[in-house]
Structure formats: structure tokens, C-alpha cells
Write a protein that binds this ligand. Structure first.
Ligand code: SF4
Length: 464
């Protein structure tokens, strides 16, 4: 998963992008970058590993001149976490400087890459996104829009893209619409972002959300709609609403906060907790679900766990043996809320189960009489091939164990997963969503080696 942000026709576009990327930090913490383009069409880039706050200084923002910019925050799902893979990519080709910022994952990237390598292409990164640069540059079509279209018609999987060629930005969402992209206005300029919370932060007003297959050309603040990509069945990622999106965003036309409260209410209907005295969330992604659960069940909502927001990505993972130490650094129980009580803990999902197991031990250590765990999504039974970094099937606890086995492993008195039907009902219209990691119904052909390729060895060449 990644965040993308773009600006056209606003002075000091890089500085605005820098602010926008702050609002999209939750979508990727491994690297951040901005490419700016000045009035003469010259492009400049700055990319680095780590958070937005760690990457940009007054000096490098001043160097990124121009009223056009594209930014990216990266969370690696294809290719390892190294600087060479940081985006936006910037190359020069026959139509000028070409920038690509990609959110999603191409499921046929390996096949495309193999074909390109056999034809003589030299790759500088291990990401799926680099094939886009090669295909666009090699296209015999006359205009950048036609080159991009020809390229995207060959791609399978998830691609929400902001690309610039010279001073023109192209914004496009794949025909299934896995990942979100919104367009906003700022005076006579245009702002593009993965989520509406980034438009809010920079003070842009919302114009529209791109529909699956929609393809826009944005030049000097003017938006032109290009013919859409060939249609496919809509497959919006339901996990964007359940976990990834910020609750203050609207995603796929839905308020993330509204959906999460509805998930919590549905969870309370499906899995009540008789005798429960307090309900609390595993903060922060489950806060609205716990609120919904409390509303529906009538059980009092409390702050039972406090999250330390300053752990940062540099915290070194401890060994399995002291895994609970990692949980302790991130969360601390509020003893006065928990002690002697029958507690209901609401979480968004269960992946490996190691964090939840540590949390349960911690809550019992704080004196809880009973611990009931409620999960606002069904068991995750398969990996995501569309841009979310879920582990392999072997590591997914829900893929290999029954609910009773998981309950025993976690050490809870009761465990309730929201049903697939209940989750989709809360999210909106069922047919719009991808739910493959829960149901196994993948909307595109997938191969297992696309997962194996995710964390391939870093490249030996210099970054593009
Ligand atoms: S497989 Fe799961 S995480 Fe991936 S796009 Fe589909 S719903 Fe989203």
C-alpha cells in the first residue's frame, strides 16, 4: 500500500505536496519522495528512506521548484525496502521527463519484466512499478496519453497512478478500481490524492473520486477526461475501509468512520458478549468499530489500551521469544478500567495472531476477569496480490486453524469474527468489493510466485 499526491498549477507545488504526504503517511512509512516540474519543464527529484518528516528539509524543498509536483509514500509490497525502490521514479525519455508514482501491485509484472529483459531492457529496481517506465518509453504510440494507455492495457492487477510527462500529469485508476484516488481544486490549480484527508489538510475542495478505469489529463490546472480503460468487474478493496484508510477520509464514496461504526454494530449483533462490563478498542484503527459495538450492545465504552505513537519504524523487532516486549512498547493497559472486569476487546482483523496474543497476556496481567475478543472482519485466509503486504498463507493464523484453535492459542474466553456477509453489508454494495483475502475469490488470475518475488534481493545498479 502507498500514498500518492499530485499538484498542477499551484505555485510552490513541492511544498504543498510535502504537506499532503503528511496526511498520507499512514499509507506508507518506508520511503517518501517528491518530483517537481518548473515552468520550463525541468524536473527535479528528492527521495529518501523513512518518514516524510525525516526526508525533507527547507533546503531540499527550496530546490524542488515549480508549480507541478508528484509525491509518494511507500510501503513495500513488491520489491525490497531500499532507496532504489523509493518513488516517484523519474527518467528522461523522448517526450521529456517521465515520473511515475504507483499505488497497488501489478500481478503480471514478472511476466512483463521477463519479456522486457529478453528484449534488452536493463532494470534498476526490484519493484513491479518499473515495468511501467519501460513499457511507456518503448511504446511506438505518438502521444504520452496513447503510450500510457497502451502500457496500462497490458497490465493486470492494481494500479492507481499519478504520472507526469513534462508539465502534464496523468491520473488513472485500474479498471477494477482496487485503490482510491480523489481530485480536488485549489484556486485555479488541481490537487490529486489517495485520500480526502490530504485534500482537507492542504485546503483543497473535493471535485470527484476517480471511478474504475477513469483516465484524466491535467495540465496547468485544467482537467481533461480521456477515454476510460477497457472495463472489468469492479473490485474495490474492502480492507481500505476496514483498516487502511483514515477514518476522516471518504473512500469509494463512503465515510470510513461511518463504515467502521457499522462494522462494530454488526459485530455486536453477530457476536454479543453477555456479561461484558467494558468494551475498548485496540487503538487506533479499531476505535470507530469499538464505538459501534458499544452503541449496539449497550456495554460501556472505555479507553482500555493506550497506544504509544512514538515507537517509530526503527524499533528493532525482538525475537519470537520476547515478542510480548514489542507489544508492551506499543501498548499499555489502563489498569483501573480493566481490573476485575469482564472486558470486550475490539480489533479490526487478525493476521498472524502474535500481537493479539501479547495484548491478551497484558490485559490478563492488568487483572481482567474475562477477555472476549471481537474482530471486525472475517478470518484472513489468503495473501493479497493487489498492494497490501499480507504474509504468505502459511503465516496467516486464520488460514490454518479453526476459530476454536485460535481462541485457545490467544488465551481468550471467547472469540468472534464478523461474517463476510456482515462485513460487506456494512461496507455498502456487496458486488463492488474485492474480498479475496477473506473469501479466496481473487478477481484476477494470480500466481504464488508473485508473493515470493515481493522481497527479492535489492538491485545492484543505481536508482532510476
Ligand atoms: S485481497 Fe484483500 S487486501 Fe487485497 S485488494 Fe482484495 S480485499 Fe483488499
Amino acid at each position: 500500500m502507498c500514498g500518492v499526491f499530485g499538484v498542477s498549477g499551484v505555485p510552490d507545488a513541492a511544498r504543498l505536496t510535502y504537506m499532503g504526504l503528511y496526511a498520507l503517511q499512514h499509507r506508507g512509512q518506508e520511503s517518501a519522495g517528491i518530483v517537481s516540474v518548473d515552468e520550463q519543464g525541468h524536473a527535479r527529484a528528492h527521495r529518501g528512506m523513512g518518514l516524510v518528516s525525516e526526508n525533507f528539509s527547507e533546503a531540499n524543498l527550496t530546490r524542488l521548484v515549480g508549480d507541478v509536483a508528484v509525491g509518494h509514500t511507500r510501503y513495500s509490497t513488491a520489491g525490497s525496502s531500499v532507496l532504489a525502490n523509493a518513488q516517484p521514479f523519474l527518467i528522461d525519455y523522448r517526450n521529456g521527463p517521465l515520473t511515475v508514482a504507483h499505488n497497488g501491485n501489478l500481478t503480471n509484472a514478472q511476466a512483463l519484466r521477463k519479456e522486457l529483459v529478453e528484449q534488452g531492457s536493463i532494470f534498476n529496481t526490484t519493484t513491479d512499478s518499473e515495468v511501467l517506465l519501460h513499457l511507456i518509453a518503448r511504446s511506438r504510440q505518438a502521444t504520452p496519453a496513447e503510450q500510457i494507455r497502451e502500457t496500462l492495457e497490458r497490465c493486470e492487477g492494481a494500479f492507481t497512478l499519478l504520472m507526469s510527462v513534462g508539465r502534464t500529469i496523468y491520473a488513472v485508476v485500474d479498471p477494477r478500481g482496487f485503490r482510491p484516488l480523489v481530485i480536488g481544486r485549489m484556486n485555479s490549480g488541481v490537487v490529486m490524492a489517495s485520500e480526502t484527508c490530504a485534500l482537507d489538510l492542504v485546503g483543497a475542495s473535493m471535485v470527484c473520486e476517480l471511478q474504475p478505469g477513469q483516465f484524466l489529463k491535467i495540465e496547468d490546472g485544467k482537467i481533461t477526461e480521456l477515454p476510460r480503460l477497457k472495463p472489468r468487474p469492479e473490485s474495490r478493496c474492502v480492507f481500505e475501509l476496514v483498516y487502511f484508510g483514515r477514518p476522516d477520509s471518504r473512500i469509494f464514496g463512503e465515510s470510513v468512520d461511518r463504515v467502521r461504526r457499522a462494522l462494530g454494530r454488526q459485530l455486536a449483533r453477530e457476536h454479543p458478549a453477555p456479561g461484558g462490563e467494558v468494551v475498548f478498542s485496540v487503538p487506533d484503527s479499531s476505535n470507530a468499530m469499538a464505538l459501534g459495538y458499544a452503541e449496539e450492545s449497550g456495554i460501556k465504552l472505555e479507553y482500555g489500551l493506550i497506544r504509544n505513537h512514538y515507537v517509530g519504524r526503527t524499533f528493532i523487532n525482538p525475537t519470537q521469544a520476547i515478542r510480548v516486549a514489542k507489544v508492551k512498547i506499543k501498548f499499555n493497559p489502563v489498569r483501573g478500567v480493566i481490573e476485575g472486569k469482564s472486558v470486550v476487546m475490539v480489533d479490526d482483523s487478525l493476521v498472524r495472531g502474535t500481537t493479539s496474543k501479547g495484548l491478551v497476556q497484558m490485559i490478563r496481567g492488568a487483572g481482567a476477569r474475562e477477555v472476549h475478543l471481537r474482530l471486525s472482519s472475517p478470518p484472513i485466509t489468503g495473501p493479497c496480490h493487489y498492494g497490501i503486504d499480507t504474509p504468505t498463507r502459511e503465516e496467516l493464523i486464520g488460514a490454518n486453524h479453526s476459530v476454536e484453535e485460535i481462541r485457545q492459542y490467544l488465551g481468550v474466553d471467547s472469540l468472534g469474527y464478523l461474517s463476510l456477509e456482515g462485513m460487506l453489508r456494512a461496507a455498502g454494495e456487496r458486488s463492488r468489493f474485492c474480498h479475496a483475502c477473506f473469501s479466496g475469490q481473487y478477481p484476477t488470475p494470480v500466481s504464488d510466485n508473485s508473493i515470493a518475488a515481493r522481497h527479492a534481493a535489492p538491485p545492484i545498479a543505481t536508482p532510476v
